[in-house]
Design a protein around this ligand. Structure first.
Ligand code: UN1
Length: 497
C-alpha cells in the first residue's frame, strides 16, 4: 500500500487530528489506491485559521506577482500532465485521453487567470462635482471555501481555485472523498509553483468536513459543484449565515436532432456526449429529442456505434468507456432499469451491468419509446444512459428540452440557419451548442445553468471573478473645500449656516 495521503495546512502535509483513515479505491480494479487521512471539524478549523493568517499577506501581494505564480502553476501542470492524468484514471476511472483533457482545462485556466493579474478590471465613471473622482474596484473577499466533485477532479477545482487566488483570497478546499490522492497531487503543484504557505489548504474527508467548513464564521464565500441535494443543503445553511454561495449542480441535457441534420455528425456527437466519461458529466447528454423522419436511421446508427464501444480500465489507450465511480453510483444507475421498464421504455442497447471480472461497469444504454415527462426523461441518472424522445417539430423539441428541472446545456443538429437561431433564442439553458455535443465547454466563457442547475452564478470566463470578489466603490474629493452636492447629500446641512 502506498503512503498515507494527508491534509495540507499552512504549507505542511499533516495527518487529521482524529488519526482515522479511509481508502481511496480504483473503480476499474477495486484495488486500494492509498489510505487517506480522515478529517473532522478540528482540522477544518486549523485550515481556516491558516487561511486567515495567510490572507493578510496574499491580498497585499501585487496582483501581477500573484499572476506570475499562476503562470508557474500552468507550467508545472504541463510538466506533470501525464502523471496527474494517470493518477486520475486510476482513482476515478475516466479513460486516459479524457483525464489528459481534464488536466488541460486547468492549464488553460491557469494561463487565463494568470493574465487577470494584470487586468482584474474595475471601472471609473463621471461624478457629480468638479475635483472629484470615482472608481469601482474588485476587492478580495477573504477566506473562501471550495467543495468539489470527483468527476472533474482537477478541472472543476481549477475553475474555482485560480480565480479565487488571482483575486487575492485564501482558500480552503474540500475535494470529494472519491478523489483525494489526485487532489493532493494538484495541491503539490501550487506549492512547487511558489504559492506561499496557508494560501491554499486541503482538508480531506467526507460530508461532515464540508458541513463544518460552510458553517465556519471566517468563511465568506462558498463555491460548490456536486449533486442538487447536497448543493441545496449547502445553500440553505450558508443563507442562514448570510454567506455568498455559487452552486453548480445537476443537468439533464438534450441534443435536438432535426430531420435535416447531418446524420454522421449527430451520431458521433451523441455517442461521445452520452457515453464519454461514462455519462458522468454534468454536461453529459442524457436525452435525445429527435424528429420523426430521421429517427429510425439515427437510432440504428447509434446502436451500431454504441455496441462497438470498448469498455474497460481506462489506463489502456484503446478503452473508450470506463467504469462508474463507485458501487453506489452503479446501484443508482441500475435502479433506473426498473423505472424505465415500468414507464414503457425499451432498451435498444445495453440496459444492464457489464460483465467484467471486477469494477463498477454499466453498459452504454439507449432507451427508446421514452415519454416526455417520465422519470427517466426528467431525473439525472449520471451514467451512460440516453433516453430517446420522438417529436414532430422544432417547437415541440424546444418545449421538451425546456421542460425539465435543470438547465445546463443543450444542443441542436440542423442545417437550417433559421432553425438554429430560433433554438439559440428559445432554448433556456446556460450553454447552447449548434451542431456540437452538449459537452466541451471552454474555460474563457461563463459556465453554468438555469433552473435547478444553479443559483444564478456562473463559473469560468470573466464571470468567475464575480464569485470571488467584492465590489468596492471609491470616491475621492480633491477640491479641498465644501461643495454644494456634499451639502445636499451628506446630512451635514445643519452645520453650514
Ligand atoms: C462537469 O461535468 O462538471 O463542458 C464539467 C464540459 C467540460 C466540463 C464539465 N469542459 O463537458
Amino acid at each position: 500500500m502506498t503512503e498515507l495521503v494527508r491534509n495540507y495546512i499552512s504549507g505542511k502535509w499533516v495527518e487529521a487530528s482524529s488519526g482515522d483513515t479511509f481508502n481511496s479505491i480504483n473503480p476499474a480494479t477495486e484495488e486500494v489506491i492509498a489510505p487517506i487521512t480522515k478529517s473532522t471539524a478540528a482540522d477544518v478549523n486549523a485550515a481556516v485559521e491558516a487561511a486567515k493568517q495567510a490572507y493578510q499577506g496574499w491580498r497585499l501581494t501585487p496582483a501581477p506577482r500573484r499572476g506570475e505564480i499562476l503562470f508557474r502553476v500552468a507550467q508545472v501542470l504541463q510538466e506533470r500532465k501525464e502523471a496527474l492524468a494517470q493518477l486520475m484514471t486510476q482513482e476515478m476511472g475516466k479513460v486516459i485521453a479524457e483525464a489528459r483533457g481534464d488536466v488541460q482545462e486547468a492549464i488553460d485556466m491557469a494561463f487565463y487567470m494568470g493574465g487577470e493579474g494584470r487586468r482584474l478590471l474595475g471601472y471609473t465613471a463621471p461624478v457629480e462635482m468638479p475635483n472629484k473622482f470615482g472608481m469601482a474596484l474588485r476587492d478580495s473577499a477573504g477566506v473562501v471555501a471550495l467543495v468539489t466533485p470527483w468527476n472533474f477532479p482537477i478541472a472543476v477545482p481549477s475553475w474555482k481555485m485560480l480565480p479565487a487566488l488571482i483575486a487575492g483570497n485564501a482558500v480552503v478546499w474540500k475535494p470529494s472523498e472519491d478523489t483525494p490522492a489526485v487532489s493532493a497531487a494538484f495541491v503539490q503543484v501550487f506549492t512547487d509553483a511558489g504559492l506561499p504557505p496557508g494560501v491554499l489548504n486541503l482538508v480531506l474527508g467526507a460530508g461532515e468536513v464540508g458541513a463544518a467548513l460552510i458553517k465556519h464564521p471566517a468563511v465568506r464565500v462558498i463555491s460548490f459543484t456536486g449533486s442538487t441535494a447536497t448543493g441545496l443543503n449547502v445553500y440553505a445553511q450558508a443563507a442562514a449565515l448570510g454567506k455568498k454561495v455559487s452552486l453548480e449542480m445537476g443537468g439533464k441535457n438534450a441534443i435536438l436532432v432535426m430531420d435535416d441534420a447531418n446524420l454522421e455528425l449527430a451520431t458521433q456527437a451523441i455517442t461521445w456526449s452520452a457515453f464519454g466519461t461514462t455519462g458522468q458529466r454534468c454536461t453529459a447528454t442524457s436525452r435525445l429529442i429527435v424528429q420523426k423522419g430521421i429517427k429510425p436511421k439515427l437510432v440504428e446508427a447509434l446502436v451500431e456505434k454504441g455496441r462497438a464501444l470498448k469498455l474497460g480500465y481506462g489506463i489502456d489507450e484503446s478503452v473508450q468507456v470506463g467504469p462508474l465511480v463507485n458501487q453506489k453510483a452503479l446501484d443508482k444507475v441500475e435502479s433506473y432499469v426498473k423505472i424505465g421498464a415500468s414507464e414503457g421504455a425499451r432498451a435498444v442497447l445495453g440496459g444492464a451491468r457489464a460483465e467484467m471480472p471486477r469494477g463498477f461497469f454499466f453498459q452504454p444504454t439507449l432507451y427508446d419509446n421514452v415519454k416526455a415527462g417520465s422519470r427517466i426523461e426528467q431525473e439525472e441518472i449520471f451514467g451512460p444512459v440516453l433516453s430517446i424522445v420522438e417529436v414532430g417539430s422544432l417547437e415541440e423539441a424546444i418545449q421538451v428540452n425546456n421542460n425539465v428541472a435543470y438547465g445546463l446545456s443543450s444542443s441542436i443538429f440542423t442545417e437550417n440557419v433559421n432553425a438554429a437561431f430560433r433554438a439559440i433564442r428559445d432554448l433556456t439553458t446556460g450553454i447552447v451548442y449548434i451542431n456540437h455535443g452538449t459537452t466541451g465547454a471552454e474555460i474563457q466563457f461563463p459556465f453554468g445553468g438555469t433552473r435547478g442547475t444553479g443559483n444564478g452564478m456562473r463559473e469560468a470566463g470573466q464571470t468567475a471573478l464575480d464569485t470571488f470578489t467584492e465590489w468596492k466603490s471609491v470616491y475621492v474629493d480633491f477640491s479641498g473645500r465644501l461643495q454644494r452636492a456634499q451639502i445636499d447629500n451628506d446630512a451635514i446641512i445643519g452645520k453650514i449656516e
